[in-house]
Design a protein around this ligand. Structure first.
Ligand code: NAD
Ligand code: TYD
Length: 344
């Protein structure tokens, strides 16, 4: 099988490419990535010489780049490419619309023209908005609250419309939050782990009351594997672990794993439009595609902390580079829209 993975130099895309080569060494993978601040070829250093792997630097929203990656056609496009951080989307929404909406349009056009037999759109439960009780189902209404989730919702709706109108072969996934090795240190879990390792405080919004559902990298890769091989065209699949935690519970687990005390938590100004709770019902994937998560959060968080402890050069480089410094400065200078008082 020949797969075009877009955004394959990011957190989950790189985990997925390595998962594929491990399980299916004969598959061919082309990785098209723009290498934004979140794209990092070091994530793929183990496989860079693999003859079945090819990297193309480019933008999914640019037809020319996409054609270069598609070359003689592929069997499947799996789209991981996106602008992904809610706080950044509050500061700079434009990039989100460009990649997460226009980028999807370009991918769908390519599939519609027969350059790939199928596309899997990796999306998020955040498109459904927040839910204080109960769970989101595959057909729950979209009520996104951040420029990030609104852009992802736009891309997902285009996928739906192309499937209905043109019969374009697309499958959409809505996953809960990912965590594990190689996650860029702007997101909650790696930010908190790395700050504490640097002996810095961790900025917690809204007293840590907000709830997210969390899935470990490997479990998400296994879900996409099932969907790739057995998923039905035109279907939508929620991906969830069922493990829902308050942010304060996660902060406490990380403090404990690193032997730190609670005074390292800094309660900061809340993120505007901060969704209270996400929870997805993933019965369809479990029943129809015989998938279930294997890594419990208590175990996954320990493995994740250990990975960041074992790989300080990986994240220190990212926290010292120009993109990180620029992001940090934006927090300090943009009072009105700043998600929090304290710089990261
Ligand atoms: P990430 O931010 O770590 O990586 C995104 C990658 O996409 C980077 O390598 C970046 O360079 C690349 N990219 C960005 N814009 C691009 C463009 N225009 N053209 C080509 N490449 C581009 O992301 P992640 O956390 O691994 O998320 C992957 C996907 O999963 C995203 O679509 C995201 O919306 C979705 N998702 C993420 C989570 C989560 O918790 N991280 C949860 C559910 C769904
Ligand atoms: P994040 O990792 O940004 O993912 P998302 O917003 O896409 O769910 O945030 C996860 C949760 O952690 C969310 O409720 C916001 C909260 N959070 C903090 O309290 N402090 C932080 O510095 C960050 C980045 C997130």
């Amino acid at each position: 099988m020949k797969i075009l993975v877009t955004g394959g130099a990011g957190f989950m895309g790189s985990n997925f490419i390595k998962y594929i080569f491990n399980k299916y060494p004969d598959y061919q993978v082309v990785n098209l990535d723009k290498l934004t601040y979140a794209g990092n070829l070091e994530n793929l250093k183990e496989i860079k010489e693999n003859p079945n792997y090819k990297f193309v630097k480019g933008d999914i929203a640019r037809n020319k780049d996409l054609n270069k990656a598609l070359d003689k056609g592929v069997d499947v496009i799996i789209n991981y490419a996106a602008e992904t951080h809610v706080d950044r989307s509050i500061l700079n929404p434009r990039a989100f619309v460009e990649t997460d909406v226009l980028g999807i349009y370009e991918l769908l056009e390519a599939v519609k023209q027969g350059k790939a037999q199928k596309m899997i759109q990796i999306s998020t439960d955040e498109v459904f908005g927040e839910i204080d009780e109960g769970e989101f189902f595959e057909n729950s209404p979209f009520e996104p609250n951040s420029p990030y989730s609104a852009s992802k919702a736009g891309g997902d709706l285009l996928c739906r419309a192309y499937n209905v109108t043109y019969n374009t072969p697309v499958i959409i996934t809505h996953s809960c939050n990912f965590y594990g090795p190689y996650q860029y240190p702007e997101k909650l879990i790696p930010l908190f782990i790395t700050n504490l390792m640097e002996n810095k405080k961790v900025p917690l919004y809204n007293q840590g009351k907000n709830i997210r559902e969390w899935i470990y990298t490997e479990d998400h890769c296994r879900a996409i594997d099932q969907i790739l091989h057995q998923g039905r065209i035109g279907e939508v699949y929620n991906i969830g672990s069922g493990e829902r935690l308050k942010n304060i519970e996660i902060a406490n687990l990380i403090l404990e794993a690193l032997g730190k005390t609670r005074d390292m938590i800094e309660h900061v100004k809340d993120r505007p439009g901060h969704d209270s709770r996400y929870a997805v019902n993933s019965d369809k994937l479990r029943k129809n595609l015989d998938w279930e998560p294997r890594v419990k959060f208590q175990e996954g968080i320990k493995k994740t902390v250990q990975w960041y402890k074992d790989n300080p050069e990986w994240w220190q480089k990212l926290k010292n580079n120009e993109y990180w410094q620029y992001y940090k400065k934006q927090y300090q200078t943009n009072d009105e829209n700043s998600p929090k008082d304290s710089p990261i």
